[in-house]
Design a protein around this ligand. Structure first.
Ligand code: GDP
Length: 613
């Protein structure tokens, strides 16, 4: 980049072909290469223009909405940005006959769907098993023949469905896909252990989903059980129990000794009644896929939740991009059933593919329609997976936003997810961070852990509006792109006081970041060559972006930083190269670091000034 002079940039003029005068539809996440031709411009025009604006992108990198709009404006065109397949999906909905509004007259009450969440070992599984074995419809003794992760029980003649979510992040991920499967969350808190990090995580996920919470205070049979402490801890978390004058229903139970389970079910039915849950009881079924897997003998198997209508064996089903005629349907005890109505989970066999969890399903008019819809979706899903949606601003308390909240006189909570390389530094960081708390600004540790920043951390941060702080660890590629997509702020630090300073500045409302670090590329080390008198050359494959000579680099092994420095030489085959782009191999020379191994990641970055607003 250093040999592009400002004069050259200033002399940039668009090419001669006219820019279309009518509105041009551009897909979200398009690259310069994809967008430019629609405006009769070249990818180079786009890259050069953005460089002028201080944005360094390559021709094959996804552009943000803002970048595309800026460029269109610059050349005098008008664009409309759409999600890949968004328009097609509307058409598909019409083809499936789903664009009709539901007539309130057609609605009838339906059973509630309940998800159980809580800290590990607080008794989630035990409670689910207890509820199930005590209430199976025909009282089949110990009859849990099969675990399908969702079941329906009968309590005093009323039905309830329970779904076992594999984790809090899965719950939110499903929600994010628009699948509102859960009506009530049961938060399990062990009475002897109290509110723990994952309890808080569960509370945050449930609150984010705006689903009512019923608290099951479990293990009350234990001598060390302290129900009052749990109630106080809940109140601290803004879940004010009824006994404190609030509206949170709490029920004392022992999953082990079978105490309070009936009471819990009674309370769930009461909450459900208040919620006035309804569904269309008859006609064409629709609902949501809870879980799918490929079974060796049976092919794709999906656990689905019917939300409206009656699903029957033999019907043609479309579930996201999968379709098929239902060959067989099994209930939660592995028994074949012919039909399933609202709030019933069933396993279906006969789909063409493993349907993704969270996908909506519907019965189609016929097999031809089902296959057409599924195939079209598959095509667009493939397109969309390339598109990377740029930072969707979420209205949470990020470091930058805190200042505004304080100015507005609101007490703010800064939700943090802290990841560090070793336990020692994690503990030290938490200690020091706690000391930064003020009356106006509280710090909440949504989660703390050792190791690289993963998709799960990002998912959780999105759900809880948390900022992720990484100390001597990095986000992996999946984590990073998900963070971009969800607008999650990840901050990487290598110096403890710098981290503390930033958080303190945020807390004091003084944060005016001047520089941000932008990752420009990363490459994977494939092979190490030792060359006498020159040192090591790492044979690399560039995974993302561009590796540029003299750029700052750090080396990562399993997400942990092992070295920092600069690229001293860069070669393509035998020749010196100024930069090497994603998809190519290159040799990277390292003057004073010899300890690289195959599989290490070389990441280059630059410090970019953030314009003050
Ligand atoms: P999960 O990780 O939340 O699913 O927890 P589990 O259901 O696996 O329970 C963790 C442990 O706590 C197991 O050893 C259970 O037997 C025990 N446990 C669960 N519920 C109770 C209870 O009500 N009382 C007592 N004393 N132990 C329980």
């Amino acid at each position: 980049m250093d040999d592009l002079q400002p004069q050259e940039l200033a002399s940039y003029t668009p090419a001669d072909a006219p820019v279309p005068t009518s509105e041009v539809v551009v897909e979200r996440g398009s690259t310069a290469q994809e967008m430019a031709p629609r405006l009769n411009r070249s990818a180079a025009d786009v890259v050069r223009f953005l460089l002028q604006q201080g944005e360094m992108v390559t021709a094959t990198q996804s552009l943000t909405d803002e970048m595309m709009e800026l460029f269109a404006e610059e050349v005098g065109g008008t664009i409309r940005i759409v999600d890949p397949g968004a328009e097609q999906e509307q058409e598909l909905q019409q083809i499936l006959g789903l664009d009709d509004e539901i007539d309130p007259e057609d609605l009838a009450p339906r059973p509630p769907v309940v998800t159980v969440m809580g800290h590990v070992d607080h008794g989630k599984t035990k409670l689910l098993d207890r509820i199930r074995s005590a209430n199976v419809v025909d009282g089949e003794a110990g009859g849990i023949t099969q675990h399908i992760g969702a079941y329906q029980v009968d309590h005093n003649g009323q039905k309830l469905a329970f779904i076992d979510t594999p984790g809090h992040a899965a719950f939110t991920a499903m929600r994010a896909r628009g699948a509102e499967a859960t009506d009530i969350v049961v938060l399990v808190v062990a009475a002897d252990d109290g509110v723990m990090p994952q309890t808080i995580e569960a509370i945050d996920h449930a609150k984010a989903a705006e689903v009512p919470i019923v608290v099951a205070i479990n293990k009350i049979d234990r001598e060390t059980a302290d129900v009052n402490r749990v109630l106080a801890q809940l109140a601290e978390r803004d879940l004010i129990p009824e006994s404190y004058g609030g509206d949170i229903v709490t029920v004392e139970v022992s999953a082990l000794e079978d105490l309070g389970i009936d009471d819990l079910l009674d309370q769930l039915l009461l909450v459900a009644e208040v919620e006035e849950l309804t569904a269309v009881p008859e006609g064409r079924a629709s609902g949501v896929v809870l879980e799918s897997h490929l079974d060796k003998g049976r092919g794709p198997v999906s656990t689905i939740l019917v939300q409206h209508g009656i699903l029957a064996v033999g019907q043609p089903l479309v579930a996201g991009a999968a379709w098929g005629r239902i060959r067989a349907m099994l209930n939660d005890r592995g028994e074949q059933v012919k039909q399933a109505g609202p709030s019933t989970p069933v396993e279906v066999l006969g789909l063409s593919d493993v349907a993704s969890s969270g996908a909506a399903f519907v019965v189609a008019q016929d097999e031809k329609t089902a296959s057409k819809v599924a195939d079209t979706r598959e095509h667009w899903q493939r397109q969309a997976s390339f598109a990377h949606t740029a930072a969707a601003a979420s209205g949470g308390a990020k470091l930058e936003d805190i200042f505004k909240q304080i100015q507005a006189g609101e007490a703010a909570t800064l939700n943090l997810i802290v990841k560090a390389d070793v336990h020692g530094s994690l503990e030290a960081l938490t200690e020091s961070l706690r000391k930064l708390e003020r009356d106006e600004v509280k710090l909440a540790f949504v989660s703390r852990g050792v190791g690289g920043i993963t998709e799960n951390d990002v998912q959780l941060a999105a759900a809880t509006n948390a900022t992720i702080l990484g100390f001597n660890v990095r986000a992996d590629r999946k984590g990073r792109s998900l963070a971009d997509e969800l607008g999650v702020e990840i901050r990487h630090y290598e110096i403890i006081y710098k981290l503390l300073e930033d958080v303190e500045n945020a807390v004091l409302g003084l944060l005016e970041p001047e520089y941000e670090e932008v990752i420009t590329g990363d490459a994977e080390v494939r092979e190490i060559f030792k060359i006498p008198r020159i040192g090591s050359i790492a044979g690399c494959y560039v995974l993302n972006g561009v590796i540029t000579r003299n750029s700052k680099v750090r080396f990562l092994r399993e997400g942990t930083i092992i070295w920092r420095g600069t690229v001293s030489s860069l070669k393509r085959f035998k020749d010196d190269a100024r930069e090497v782009a994603a998809g190519y191999e290159c040799g990277i020379g390292l003057s004073d670091f010899q300890d690289l191994q195959a599989g290490d990641i070389i990441e280059t970055f630059e410090e970019r000034e953030i314009p003050r607003s």
